[in-house]
Write a protein that binds this ligand. Structure first.
Ligand code: ATP
Ligand SMILES: Nc1ccn([C@H]2C[C@H](O)[C@@H](COP(=O)(O)O)O2)c(=O)n1
Length: 243
């Protein structure tokens, strides 16, 4: 089945550990398929930014959860410009700062926060399914397992720790020498350990396709995801997958 022939609506769920490439690859796949794009990690980052701005103690789980329930969060789902706003503030840049990356897991492991953001994520996914683009690529840690287990295609995108550290180091520091890797270790490997206490994103659940991008470059990874989507949907439609 040709990529351009994929039936709609189409919901694609992509999970994976930090630095596996799920955000950048999912966004490019959404762009090429003409689908919406939902970065659920950005929602947790925006929640963390807002709670810190409000001076809420992250250890006060009840206060954090109430602040997130009250959160005025607007997610842009256009893969060409996926904005993130808290109230009238554009937080797309601030939520990527190391201070957020180093504290987001404290918010993301709050189960009441997860319940609230899962509810919003499901609303956004259903809205995209019924929207003009008739579908979405939603990525994060628990999309294939909790948020959208009935997605048309579910993919776990993984990569070796070495590859993930190097990618994040190049992204943040422009190089992947030993001291760059060491500076990145906390926000990649420690964060994964914390995040894995509330989500499973290292081993594919039943029905989830696992793709390892360790030896693939960015374009090869995008192509692998597109082919997996075509193969999955084509199989369901009974059509052979065209190369
Ligand atoms: N297959 C690949 N080969 C080389 N670089 C890649 C590959 N996939 C993604 N990248 C790059 O690695 C960096 C991290 O990618 P990305 O932010 O998409 O990862 P992520 O899994 O979403 O991480 P996090 O969950 O921490 O946000 C980016 O600079 C991206 O361009
Ligand atoms: N569905 C999700 C998405 C993200 N998180 C947590 C895990 C990360 O530490 C943090 C930021 O995500 P990223 O921008 O790195 O993809 O949010 C989660 O628990 N569930």
């Amino acid at each position: 089945m040709e990529i351009s022939e994929l039936p709609r609506p189409l919901v694609i769920a992509v999970d994976g550990p930090s630095g596996s490439g799920k955000s950048s690859v999912s966004r490019e796949v959404a762009r090429r398929l003409g689908l919406e794009y939902l970065d659920t990690g950005a929602m947790y980052r925006a929640a963390t930014w807002s709670v810190l701005e409000a001076g809420v103690d992250l250890a006060d789980q009840a206060a954090v959860a109430q602040a997130v329930r009250d959160l005025d969060l607007r997610m842009g789902t256009d893969p060409a410009a996926p904005g993130v706003h808290v109230g009238s503030t554009d937080v797309a840049g601030p939520i990527r700062e190391t201070r957020i990356s180093s504290q987001v897991s404290a918010v993301a492991t709050n189960l009441e926060v997860r319940a609230e953001l899962k509810r919003r994520q499901r609303e956004l996914i259903e809205g995209a399914r019924d929207g003009v683009r008739s579908g979405v690529v939603a990525e994060g840690r628990d999309i294939t397992t909790v948020v959208a287990p009935d997605a048309d295609v579910r993919i776990l995108l993984t990569a070796s720790e070495e590859a993930r550290l190097a990618r994040r180091a190049r992204e943040l520091h422009g190089a992947a020498e030993a001291h760059h890797l060491e500076a990145t270790r906390d926000q990649v490997l420690r964060r994964d350990r914390d995040d894995a206490t509330v989500s499973s994103f290292h081993v594919a659940a039943d029905g989830v396709l696992q793709l390892d991008s360790s030896e693939l470059d960015f374009e090869q990874t995008v192509q692998a995801v597109l082919q997996a989507i075509a193969a999955t949907v084509g199989t369901r439609q009974g059509d052979p997958v065209s190369r």
